[in-house]
Design a protein around this ligand. Structure first.
Ligand code: ASP
Ligand code: MG
Length: 423
């Protein structure tokens, strides 16, 4: 029963981080271990930008951005002073040439284009991580995620084809572990039946770790983070943020659903099904106690947990003839939102109006408005903040809403959500 480690790209952005990763992996290399890696630093954002530039056919900017990203990676490789540097350079050069080809291809479907381009971040990072581990004498076996993680072709948010994925992981990953080798694999990436790369949604490497854990019946999954563990609020926003020693799977699912950025929302389900322990571990203080996530729900309501989502848009949709916003009209709204991959963070309806709140993404918003305006009257507000409090109490509520303009509130026994104006 192996252990699964997942390293976020921020941790691997320089030689120091990569060496630290290698020393953590070395400590566990005697046991079966799978290392899931995401793209280095802000590479995924840079690739998203490259895709937009390629779609706009801005050749000059494309070259500039492409070479900047390549330079970053090559500089990082040089700073590692590896004995096998030239081999690694060659591998990464080759991947960059493939990226250039992918950027210059014609795509009819922008989501397909996204996946073919954005998945390169993990291709680069796994090459680098493998080389660093080899240098540290870890018996590495690199497995390409497109060979074992199979999905449908809903590009950018692909769903797992579990039977095929299970069969292939059994066939390809298990023998490597039995051979006492450490597996290195890309997070976030899969392949559909047409052989095209797919991706599992932003920050999806955690989910890859959970998929592997599920199929391999892992003992535990450790997500290594630049924070001490799962916190009750974002320490950058709240100076009194505290680490949660333990939460249940259900609580973690709720927190991820409401936007806690520490764990990808799809991660928990496969682990819960098999009762696999998830640990959120501190990369910078590995000896400290991690947050443990398992089925025990006994202490879920002891500490209020706050999730802040900034930069929200509130879109209000009403029918042109003031008729009720009932099932059929809502169906149309959901269809348009879903086709545009616009995820709803909160919704509320009255007789003649239906409101949705989502992360502001101008391009998607404008497209949605374009497609809905024929049938509906639309109004929107931007610059809003959505605060969710799990296990709220009066003191926290008062502290968070004091002096703010509340646009709407939604409340259940355990959760309250406030949409606030920050102006
Ligand atoms: N590199 C991908 C992203 O930044 C996946 C991940 O980090 O988990 O979204
Ligand atoms: Mg990433």
């Amino acid at each position: 029963m192996p252990r699964i480690f997942k390293f976020g790209g921020i941790l691997l952005k320089n030689a120091e981080g990569l060496r630290k990763m290698a020393s953590l992996v070395s400590e566990f290399q005697c046991e079966p271990l799978v290392v899931v890696v995401s793209a280095i630093g802000k590479t995924t954002n840079a690739l998203e930008e490259l895709q937009r530039i390629a779609a706009a056919k801005d050749e000059q900017r494309l070259q500039q951005h492409y070479f900047a990203l390549k330079h970053q990676h090559m500089e990082l490789i040089q700073s590692l002073e590896l004995s096998n540097e030239s081999q690694l350079m060659e591998q990464v050069e080759k991947e960059f040439r493939n990226l250039w080809d992918a950027l210059n291809q014609e795509y009819e479907d922008p989501y397909l284009a996204y996946d073919q381009i954005v998945s390169f971040g993990e291709r680069f990072s796994t090459r680098i991580v493998s080389a660093v581990l080899k240098e540290a004498a870890v018996p590495v076996h690199f497995i390409d995620a497109t060979q074992v993680i199979f999905t449908d072709n809903r590009h950018t948010q692909a769903a797992i084809n579990w039977p095929m994925t299970e069969k292939t992981i059994q066939a390809r990953v298990v023998p490597v572990l039995e051979n006492h080798q450490t597996v290195v694999i890309q997070g976030f990436v899969g392949a559909c039946e047409h052989g095209n790369s797919t991706t599992l949604g932003r920050e999806g490497s955690d989910f890859t770790a959970a998929i592997l854990a599920y199929v391999l019946e892992a003992d535990e999954v450790c997500i290594w983070k630049d924070v001490p563990g799962l916190m009750n609020s974002d320490p950058k926003l709240f100076s009194d943020a505290v680490k949660l020693p333990h939460v249940s799977y259900n609580e973690a699912i709720e927190l991820a659903f409401y936007g806690a950025s520490v764990i990808h929302p799809r991660t928990i389900q496969p682990l819960k099904k098999k009762g696999i322990l998830l640990k959120v571990c501190s990369f910078f203080d590995p000896a400290s106690e991690p947050t443990r996530i398992n089925s025990d729900e006994s202490d879920d309501n002891t500490i209020p947990k706050i999730i802040v989502k900034k930069n929200q848009t509130l879109l209000s949709i009403s029918s042109r003839d003031l008729s009720f916003m009932a099932e059929e009209k809502l169906m149309k709204v959901f269809q348009v939102l879903s086709q545009n991959r616009l995820h709803i963070n909160l919704m509320q309806n009255s007789a003649v109006s239906f409101s949705v709140i989502f992360d502001t993404q101008e391009h998607k918003r404008d497209q949605v408005i374009e497609e809905l305006k024929e049938h509906f009257v639309l109004k929107y507000n931007t610059g809003l903040e959505l605060i969710t409090i799990r296990h709220y109490n009066d003191a926290v509520l008062e502290k968070l809403s004091r002096g703010k303009n509340i646009f709407l509130t939604q409340k259940t026994r355990s959760t309250i959500q406030l949409l606030l104006s920050t102006e």
